[in-house]
Design a protein around this ligand. Structure first.
Ligand SMILES: Nc1ncnc2c1ncn2[C@@H]1O[C@H](COP(=O)(O)OP(=O)(O)OP(=O)(O)O)[C@@H](O)[C@H]1O
Length: 325
């Protein structure tokens, strides 16, 4: 890696995410075996580029359905991007309302499971357990199954586990919006500690005042496109002006605006991304790398495995017939 690239904790180039809108379960199943379907394409992300430096605290804003959670899910590896490249230098911890907890296990069992997945030994987990339970404020509910928790309780447990793991990059997706005020205050205190340690933080919140207070950069995502990315004050002001304009629209105007944007998300093609790169004069081989479609790679390897299994099956049949004579 070159010296210039080392200064980034996260670098995203041309990230797209395509969801296929299946009308029935049968259509979805058919797509797994046949690969191609007639389902409509929907591009939740349409070419996202950014560089995040160590110590950046990035607020991600955008109206409902703009693609914030989709981007965070790609960053944290929960879902793959359809195309584009992502470089991540460091461990990632995610706190989100419904992130990563097993609902059938108790809070205590979830703590153990998550820590084991992080590579901790049972002895280390036993030592860390009291601190995590105390921070979560769950008291005796820690031995109840998570499915019986409220969303605020799940958020408290998730936040306590993840921050205790001390990740290099912390992703907080709306998790603080469901906890009670006292816990939110304590959680924000923990985030302040992380900021002081120079960690990289992604912070999704619909509370623009919170975003202004905690972040140094803001990423504004609008229906899958990056509208702006830069210093908090500038981008937060722009976003606030946009939402004020949306609020002033009549219901018909707003519906027409949203429909036009959503329509563009269905009509998007990878070629548009290539046009965008041409304007930015991105080298040819880099464009090829960035626009590689993962879903087709997945399909190719799937077909390869099916073919291999068929060949092995045929060979076994031939051998067995030979023995039968
Ligand atoms: N699995 C999926 N299949 C089809 N469409 C999806 C899927 N997941 C998300 N989407 C669509 O992608 C778009 C972006 O969704 P996402 O949840 O990322 O938005 P968001 O900005 O986080 O919204 P909010 O502020 O409401 O949480 C939405 O239009 C959503 O309907």
């Amino acid at each position: 890696m070159s010296e210039q690239e080392e200064q980034y904790t996260v670098r995203a180039k041309g990230i797209t995410k395509n969801f296929q809108l299946f009308s029935t379960q049968a259509e979805k199943l058919k797509s797994i075996f046949k690969g191609n379907t007639d389902a409509a394409d929907f591009w939740a992300l349409r070419g996202i580029n950014f560089d995040i430096e160590p110590g950046d605290v990035v607020g991600i804003v955008g109206t409902n359905g703009s693609g914030k959670s989709t981007l965070l899910n790609i960053l944290s590896g929960v879902i793959p991007q359809t195309s584009g490249t992502l470089e991540i230098n460091g461990s990632i911890g995610v706190v989100a309302i419904n992130e990563g907890l097993n609902w059938d296990l108790t809070g205590r069992e979830n703590i153990r499971l998550k820590q084991l997945m992080m590579g901790m030994t049972n002895k280390e987990i036993d030592a860390a357990m009291p601190d995590i339970i105390e921070f979560s404020e769950l008291g005796e509910f820690i031995d109840q199954p998570v499915k019986d928790y409220s969303s605020g309780m799940r958020s408290k447990l998730g936040f306590s586990i993840v921050t205790h793991n001390d990740p290099d990059i912390l992703i907080v997706d709306e998790a603080l919006s469901v906890g009670d005020q006292n816990f939110s205050k304590k959680a924000l205190g923990k985030i302040r500690e992380f900021i002081a340690q120079g960690k990289t933080i992604f912070f999704v919140s619909h509370d623009l005042e919170q975003v202004r207070e905690f972040t140094n950069k803001v990423m504004w995502i609008q229906y899958g496109e990056m509208r702006d990315f830069g210093a908090t004050k500038k981008v937060a002001d722009e976003y606030q002006a946009f939402t004020a304009k949306l609020d002033q629209m009549s219901e018909e105007e707003r519906t027409a605006f949203v429909n036009t944007e959503k329509n563009q998300q269905q009509l998007f093609t990878i070629e548009q991304l290539q046009d965008q790169f041409a304007i930015q004069k991105v080298p040819e081989d880099e464009v090829r790398e960035v626009t590689k479609l993962r879903s087709f790679e997945g399909f190719n390897s799937f077909s390869l495995w099916v073919s291999l299994l068929l060949i092995i099956g045929l060979m076994v049949l031939v051998i067995m017939r030979g023995y039968g004579r």
